[in-house]
Design a protein around this ligand. Sequence first.
Ligand SMILES: CC(C)(COP(=O)(O)OP(=O)(O)OC[C@H]1O[C@@H](n2cnc3c(N)ncnc32)[C@H](O)[C@@H]1OP(=O)(O)O)[C@@H](O)C(=O)NCCC(=O)NCCS
Length: 220
Amino acid sequence: MTFDDVLRLAVIGAGGHGRVVLHTARSAGIDVVRLTDRRPERFPDGLDGCPVCSDEELLEEFSPREIRLALGVGSTGPIGSGHVRRAIVNRLMAAGYVFPPLIHAAAWVAESASLGQGVQIHAGAVVQPGSVIGDFSIINTGARVDHDCRLGSWVHAAPGATLSGDVEIREGTHVGTGASVIQGVRIGRECLIAAGAVVVNSVGDEETVAGVPARPLTRG
Ligand SMILES: CC(C)(COP(=O)(O)OP(=O)(O)OC[C@H]1O[C@@H](n2cnc3c(N)ncnc32)[C@H](O)[C@@H]1OP(=O)(O)O)[C@@H](O)C(=O)NCCC(=O)NCCS
């Protein structure tokens, strides 16, 4: 499945992130036919011109052959918050639905970068040569992934985050809004890098770090 094969898409989740995903897809010329929500009655007129239905209604109306899906449920950071997103995707993939990578028309992704399934590259983001972005990772608005970075699956580079060259980030880690990571740093799985942090040393699995330079977060 390549990005160019996607003609019709539905976005799972009609919250703030779902709306961003809707517009990323539209910018790339993709016809978004539905957003879904647990309470679609909240959107009697749809959202941004797109009809909103429940997941069940969507699956009844469109078979896996007729539609591709994008995950519109975002993540704000707290460790473990990714479980909901993973559960949604696992259920829909088990039913045969496919999540292609999505790239905003105003993002830039080097030809030699590699994107897994369900990856989202939003407006103003940059992914430089040789970088590998694992399945379902999000490179959010204006985030930058420089050359030869290796991101596992379910990583979130929040708006404005900057990863310098040759950074490795393992599965499920959240790099907060405006955080920066210097070149060559290794960050473990399921970490939380606080908004605005500057990471200059490697970070172990499941750690939360904050500040400049980033250190384990202490609560006063
Ligand atoms: C790190 C973070 C998760 C902490 O959230 P929290 O657990 O709710 O913590 P609190 O807000 O209760 O703050 C706890 C302490 O950490 C400090 N703190 C919180 N965020 C911080 C940050 N980004 N940098 C430095 N210190 C921070 C607080 O000032 C507080 O210090 P105190 O105990 O001395 O008063 C959160 O502030 C953060 O940065 N989240 C990332 C948000 C993000 O990237 N959003 C993107 C959405 S697309």
